[in-house]
Design a protein around this ligand. Structure first.
Ligand code: MN
Ligand code: MN
Length: 459
């Protein structure tokens, strides 16, 4: 089934709106490169748009009323935003859920060493990566160091043009005869993704004087001792801003568009939402790339607990009311889809692929080996969504992740589906997914904002 390319129908005003959203989105992914930075930005957007902190509402025993906007953050790495509707919560919510963690190189707890007069930080990669893609490129260091005295140091080095950058070195081609015979999966080993961070020894006769120089800089700049690496979350990410891509500027290249393109478009939609009857929710979670585990991942009780707290503050909490609120909810599990790449057509089924310019793509199911591990959305729910999007002339498409038995992937969909909600995966198609620089279409980003807006307002 051929779907039309959205670019063909845009009028001047829509092109202007598309460009403005693209600019705001590029700014967001250029500065928000960790789950903590994404959460902090979501909080500041929420506050600017009249959202109140649920923790304060609980502490002050305030009421929550229809029309109120509240947010709850989880350990600074996940956030739930709610716009309370006029209908009883028990009738369910319209939820757009995305993840804000992305593949990267995490700094190990004991990272710093010196070898051959050079200082390195040892890493352990996070999420699924082709390791060879992470060498020979400028990396920036983002993260948080928690000190024993309870204070925290926020770090972001490598984004300003005057900042230094870091990186993983690789053997010159001239000496790579043996290396080039290796399989791509092992040509760069995970243990070798160590970051070069210095080469200048401090004065003295001791050992490891380059390493000592790095420790001095960390101490003088951040008040950080070597032991503080033990209680730090430091991430090496591609350095630099998101850019327009292509002569026609129709695309965006940037780091971590999986899944911040869905997180951002969901936030855009949420912030402009008119008052509605069903409660609208935007849920941004951590740890999806490593199985949604942990206290800040979708499998934690955070989401359910916060809904219970809101019901309590509305004076209508009961175990049954909570179960009903969850069960009658509808979800767009907003996670990116694979964009068809003609250079790798053999991995995909062309007629069940997502294409640039045709809007966000729905995946009825994902999974692997016969849909294994997948939520499989109900036909009736899909019909409801089709009607809604068609009424509002939103471009959308349906696809699968690659050919049958070619591989697969997972999202947060199956976790929310456990409550008995209607859930389907729906997200912006991406080229180069999980590579340091991923590509999306501006038209798809624009259509995703429209789709999430219609769904949150009417779903
Ligand atoms: Mn994803
Ligand atoms: Mn992913």
């Amino acid at each position: 089934m051929e779907r039309t390319n959205a670019w063909k129908h845009y009028r001047e005003e829509q092109l202007r709106e598309l460009t403005e959203i693209g600019e705001r989105y590029k700014a967001y992914i250029s500065t928000c490169k960790t789950e903590r930075e994404c959460t902090a930005e979501a909080i500041s957007m929420a506050k600017a748009n009249g959202y109140r902190d649920l923790a304060e509402i609980i502490a002050n025993q305030e009421q929550i009323l229809p029309g109120d906007k509240v947010y709850a953050q989880n350990m600074g790495k996940a956030i739930l935003l709610l716009q309370i509707g006029t209908a009883p919560m028990e009738q369910g919510m319209n939820i757009v859920g995305a993840h804000i963690d992305s593949p990267r190189l995490d700094i190990k707890p004991n990272p710093l060493y010196e070898e051959a007069g050079m200082a390195y930080l040892d890493t352990h990669y996070y999420g699924g990566i082709k390791k060879y893609q992470w060498t020979c490129r400028p990396l920036a260091l983002h993260g948080t160091v928690a000190k024993k005295d309870g204070t925290k140091i926020e770090i972001a080095i490598g984004e300003d043009e005057h900042d230094p950058v870091f990186g993983v070195t690789e053997l010159l081609v001239h000496l790579s005869g043996e290396m080039m015979k290796k399989q791509a999966a092992v040509v760069i080993e995970g243990e070798n993704l160590d970051i070069l961070v210095g080469s200048r020894p401090v004065e003295g006769d001791g050992k490891d004087l380059v390493r000592q120089g790095i420790l001095n800089i960390l101490h003088d700049t951040y008040g950080m001792e070597e032991e503080d690496f033990l209680s730090a979350e430091l991430e090496m990410v591609p350095a630099g801003k998101a850019r327009d891509f292509g002569f026609d500027r129709s695309m965006i290249m940037g780091y971590a568009q999986d899944d911040r393109v869905c997180a951002y478009t969901a936030l855009e939609a949420m912030m402009r939402l008119p008052a509605g009857s069903r409660t609208a929710a935007c849920l941004l979670v951590d740890k999806e790339e490593i199985g949604s585990v942990g206290a800040t991942g979708m499998q934690s009780a955070f989401f359910e607990d916060m809904v219970a707290e809101v019901l309590e503050r509305m004076g209508c909490y009961s175990e049954l009311a909570l179960r009903r609120t969850l069960r009658f909810s509808r979800v767009l599990s907003a996670d990116v889809s694979v964009a068809f790449d003609p250079l790798y057509a053999s991995a995909m089924d062309a007629k069940n692929s997502a294409y640039f310019g045709k809007g966000p793509s729905f995946n009825k199911y994902v999974g692997s080996r016969g849909k294994g591990g997948s939520n499989d959305a109900n036909a009736e729910y899909i019909a409801l969504l089709r009607g809604m999007l068609d009424r509002h002339q939103v471009a959308y498409q349906f696809s699968e992740i690659g050919k049958v038995d070619q591989g697969g992937g997972g999202t947060i969909a199956y976790i929310l589906a456990k409550y008995g909600m209607q859930v389907i995966d729906c997200g912006v198609p991406v080229l180069n997914m999980h590579a340091p620089w991923e590509i999306t279409s501006k038209a798809d980003v624009y259509e995703a904002v429209k789709a999430f807006h219609v769904f949150l307002a009417e779903g």
